[in-house]
Design a protein around this ligand. Structure first.
Ligand code: SF4
Length: 398
């Protein structure tokens, strides 16, 4: 099947070793046996019991040293396995990284992980010029991941309203037309993804049975409701936990969130006890971010939309509308984290590209590792479905 590539997205390995830090690499049974058979002493593996369908081939994770570095990463940032035994001796995930693929009934969509420095900095060859590399990497991907396409037949427009693949494909053409507005070249990155996501939400909302109700005035001037604030707070705890490298829970704190919703607190803090109050974050205006940061965020959002890693089988089987809104919340959260860091004097204005890079890397690593329970997915679907909520909170990003 033809491998489609996103526009204006580049990658060449810079050899920085950052991909070998701070996250447990999932390994297949074959990887596990092969690496244990090599004479390096006992590498630390942790048994994996994930129920995630796209991780079904992985039996263990390769644990890190206490400082977060992979046991096989040398002081020169080289992989010892690769150096001693060649590329094929590494865990298949490492050989694949940062390439990833989404297999739909009509196409194979190539994309990249934003946990990679070269991807974050968009350096190297355009993906559209990497046919041979992509073909080889896709072969690897097929050996480890679920490439069945039937799972795309059970999509939902919103919870309870089914969407056939044929109907989605037609709708997706219109959604991608929005993404490619004012982007005529096949090699140029589409921009203004933030406002384009809002348009996508409106288009999908107009297809709901009672669009009149859904398109009500979102009351942008109103303060975000407590439920909006709590949703953002718990998404923040999920994506930016207090100790991001030690936290090994990759699920939404759903019960806590439900109890907080019932308790209806007067004020909500973003993050932990040191987090800024929403009222403080509203007062601080970010304005337009430096161009290179806006471009980074556009790339991140575009790649997620292009590769369909935001709803359906790509993202916990959320409905299309909830998936669009979840992506909007993730982007909003990124801006709120910048505001929070400014309020707490952790970063200075004008913002530096590097501050944003590390935030986005943390976010991407967490997204990749999410292991949400059924309850969490249901709650996300319910809270993320509302077009009014998604529109109402946007002013928080200003
Ligand atoms: S096994 Fe090698 S490539 Fe994989 S994380 Fe460790 S050092 Fe990096």
């Amino acid at each position: 099947m033809h491998i489609s590539t996103p526009r204006g997205i580049r990658f060449d390995c810079s050899g920085c070793g950052n991909c070998c830090l701070q996250w447990p690499v999932p390994v297949t049974a074959a990887d596990y046996e092969r690496i244990r058979g090599l004479s390096y002493g006992e590498a630390e593996f942790r048994k994996l019991n994930s129920t995630r369908e796209n991780l079904y081939q992985f039996t263990h994770t390769l644990e890190k040293r206490a400082d977060g570095r992979c046991k096989f990463l040398t002081a020169e940032n080289r992989c010892q396995l690769h150096t001693d035994h060649g590329q094929e001796s590494k865990p298949s995930m490492c050989s694949l990284f940062p390439y990833t693929f989404m297999v739909t009934p009509d196409a194979v969509l190539a994309s990249l992980s934003f946990a990679s420095s070269a991807v974050l900095y968009n350096t190297g060859k355009l993906l559209s010029e990497q046919d041979e590399v992509l073909a080889n990497q896709y072969k690897r991907f097929q050996q480890s991941f679920n490439t069945q396409t039937e799972r795309w037949q059970n999509l939902q427009l919103i919870d309870g309203i089914g969407l056939s693949w044929k109907d989605f494909a037609e709708l997706d053409r219109a959604l991608m037309d929005i993404v490619y507005e004012q982007c005529d070249s096949e090699t140029t990155l589409p921009r203004k993804l933030r406002s384009k996501l809002q348009k996508m939400s409106k288009m999908v909302t107009s297809l709901l049975p009672s669009p009149g109700a859904a398109e009500r005035d979102p009351k942008l001037e109103s303060r975000p409701k407590i439920v909006d604030q709590l949703l953002l707070k718990y998404l923040d705890l999920l994506y930016f936990p207090k100790d991001v490298f030690a936290d090994s829970s990759y699920d939404l704190k759903t019960r806590e969130l439900m109890m907080a919703l019932v308790a209806a607190p007067e004020a909500v803090l973003l993050g932990d006890d040191n987090g800024g109050k929403f009222s403080d974050l509203i007062k601080l205006k970010l304005g337009k971010l430096p161009e290179e940061i806006e471009e980074l965020v556009d790339r991140f959002l575009y790649v997620k939309v292009f590769s369909k890693f935001y709803f359906g089988p790509g993202f916990h089987h959320l409905s299309l509308l909830a998936g669009i809104h979840h992506l909007q919340y993730v982007e909003l959260l990124f801006r709120l984290k910048l505001k929070q860091a400014i309020v707490n004097n952790r970063i200075a204005v004008p913002l530096k590209f590097e501050d944003s890079v590390e935030l986005l890397r943390i976010l991407e690593r967490r997204i990749t590792q999410l292991d949400l329970s059924k309850e969490s997915i249901s709650v996300l679907e319910i809270l993320c479905s509302s077009p009014e909520r998604a529109a109402r909170v946007q002013f928080l990003a200003e």
